[in-house]
Design a protein around this ligand. Structure first.
Ligand code: PGA
Length: 251
């Protein structure tokens, strides 16, 4: 099933607050002219209310806001954490289980699963990240073991609503010792084919890892890929806008 491509901008902890506002404004302005693509901006938590104000004024139905992380409890003594119920007033999406949360904050599959359940309880669309640490001979082999743990107990109806981001950790531009640039379209297609067997036909499957304006077409061209989770290129407004234009032309 083909829909408009979905591009998720994961700003990570890259921009300053003032840079974030400039980037959000530039993307908003560009999307007034670019259609047939869905965009989700995921700024750092402190910028969410400001970016919310910026993009709601534009009333664009194809531009949405997402959080980069949530805690799975609704309230409690969890210093530094933000619950799904807190962000639900402002955002529609939330990234869960990103490999950087796993690597630096030791997030477990159980916690990611609880975050998915919390997001769904508050009508947020989880963007569930999954990927292998090292490149494999059989793309998708590790992912088919990991994904069922993350989706344990999630109803089929809810699986249909969520987004799975296939993010091979070795392909993310993080400077990791295993990192060696984006995967190939063929490799990603093979992994996404395995992921498709575990989800519903309506579930959107994205690719993430070193996507840029130069390689995005290769991934969007794959029949099992519905879009991309873009990291470092998403804070370069001009490049991200070019990626949106490419995606919109490939619908
Ligand atoms: P990258 O990040 O595009 O900078 O590789 C992708 C991600 O981690 O979501």
């Amino acid at each position: 099933m083909r829909r408009f491509p979905l591009l998720v901008a994961n700003w990570k902890m890259y921009p300053t607050v003032s840079e974030g506002i400039v980037i959000a404004n530039a993307i908003k302005k560009a999307l007034e002219q670019i259609h047939h693509v869905e965009v989700v901006l995921c700024p750092p938590a402190v910028m969410v209310p400001m970016v919310h104000e910026t993009i709601t004024a534009a009333k664009l139905t194809h531009l949405h806001l997402g959080a980069q992380n949530i805690h799975y409890h609704d309230t409690g003594a969890f210093t530094g954490e933000i619950s799904a119920s807190m962000v639900a007033r402002l955002v529609d999406y939330v990234i869960v289980g990103h490999s950087e949360r796993v690597k630096w904050f030791h997030e477990t599959p159980y916690e990611t699963n609880q975050k998915i359940q919390a997001a769904l309880r508050h009508r947020l669309t989880p963007i569930v990240c999954v990927g292998e640490l090292k490149k494999q001979a059989n793309a998708g082999q590790e992912v088919v073991e990991k994904l069922p743990q993350l989706l344990k107990g999630v109803e089929r109806d809810d699986i249909a609503k969520l987004v799975v981001a296939y993010e091979p950790v070795w392909a993310i531009s993080s400077g990791d010792p295993y990192a060696h640039g984006a995967a190939t379209g063929e490799y990603v297609q093979q992994a996404a084919e395995q992921i498709r067997k575990l989800v519903e036909p309506q579930t959107r499957v994205l690719y993430g890892g070193s996507t840029t304006a130069s390689n995005i077409a290769e991934f969007l061209d794959q029949p099992n890929i519905d879009g991309a989770l873009v990291g470092s290129a998403s804070v370069k407004a001009a490049e991200f806008i070019t990626m949106c234009e490419i995606a919109s032309e490939m619908r």
